[in-house]
Design a protein around this ligand. Structure first.
Ligand code: ADP
Ligand code: ADP
Ligand code: ZN
Length: 214
């Protein structure tokens, strides 16, 4: 399965990706995760990205395109992958298309997560992420067994800085402006499949699986 997970921040892309990875045995490629790991580890890419963010500029599209192309050439992506958080702009989508075309490949689907903004704000501000393994949970919708402790690995849970209410609202606005146009872009290519992501995560997963088969 070669698919893109498309949807606003907080829609549940990461949550569904964990399940889809297991079922379809393809890697999840999250540009947000890669980005945060590079910044944390202080790699060349991380330093470059930080220069932009420090000076208040947006990280340029090209940086993400190069990052993803590089990742998709790796052996484990040979039989498919789930792109999570990429493409985020029309430019990125066009570059991805060019790359796929050059490889003689195409996307099987763009899985579009539909959820209203009010729900998204509640999901984002309540999200907690494990410092050790990156798993995410929610203080209200999927609370950990022990407060502040990751169910999966016992690591410490923290709130992402950009999950504050103000930044979350800003990210939703950026999504509307820069990323939502991809819905039109992919409905023209015929790859778009819409899913109601404002329901129990088990149901969302079941509906996606029904579309793609066992
Ligand atoms: P994204 O990767 O799209 O930003 P996440 O998968 O991290 O979104 O989910 C955002 C937050 O909402 C997390 O705290 C997660 O536990 C919670 N969540 C995800 N899917 C659902 C759902 N279907 N119903 C309720 N809460 C959800
Ligand atoms: P979420 O899961 O909440 O949608 P991500 O973890 O995907 O957020 O991304 C976190 C941040 O990393 C974004 O707000 C953005 O600044 C940056 N980022 C991630 N992927 C991309 C991309 N493809 N293009 C530009 N910026 C990106
Ligand atoms: Zn953990």
């Amino acid at each position: 399965m070669r698919a893109v997970l498309l949807g606003p921040p907080g829609a549940g892309k990461g949550t569904q990706a964990v399940r889809l990875v297991e079922k379809y045995n393809v890697p999840q490629i999250s540009t947000g995760d890669i980005f945060r790991a590079n910044i944390k580890e202080g790699t060349e890419l991380g330093k470059k990205a930080q220069e932009y963010t420090n000076s208040g500029q947006l990280v340029p599209d090209e940086l993400f395109v190069d990052l993803v192309k590089d990742r998709l050439m790796q052996e484990d992506c040979k039989d498919g992958y789930l792109l999570d958080g990429f493409p985020r702009t029309i430019f990125q989508a066009e570059q991805l298309d060019k790359f796929l075309e050059a490889q003689g490949q195409k996307l099987d689907a763009v899985i579009n997560f539909e959820v209203g903004n009010e729900v998204l704000i509640e999901r984002l501000t309540g999200r907690r992420v494990c410092k050790s393994c990156g798993a995410s949970c929610h203080v209200k919708f999927s609370p950990p067994k022990v407060e502040g402790v990751c169910d999966r690995c016992g690591g410490e849970l923290e709130q992402r800085k950009d999950d504050s209410r103000e930044t979350a609202e800003n990210r939703l606005a950026v999504y509307e402006e820069s990323t939502a146009p991809l819905i039109g872009y992919y409905s023209e290519t015929g790859a778009l499949k819409n899913f109601n992501a404002d329901q129990d995560p088990n149901l969302v997963f079941a509906e996606i699986c029904a579309e793609f088969g066992a």
